[in-house]
Write a new protein. Structure first.
Length: 70
């Protein structure tokens, strides 16, 4: 699932950047702001995917340690 979060995050970052540039080129401040917001949302989704990976790794390590201690 975290890979899915990362992919969605990258997609949002790319589309957000495109909207931001479009807004700058056309002078549309609302579109530029929308693009920036979408880009930030994409970064957040990507960080969420990273956090899920870290938690999963920590849980797996703890499970391995418990099994070794038995």
């Amino acid at each position: 699932m975290s890979l899915e979060d990362k992919i969605k995050g990258k997609k949002d970052q790319v589309t957000g950047k495109a909207k931001e540039v479009e807004g700058k080129v056309t002078g549309d401040k609302a579109r530029e702001t929308q693009g920036k917001a979408e880009g930030l949302l994409g970064k957040a989704k990507e960080k969420l995917g990273d956090a899920k990976d870290s938690v999963r790794d920590a849980v797996d390590d703890a499970k391995d340690k418990l099994h070794k201690d038995k």
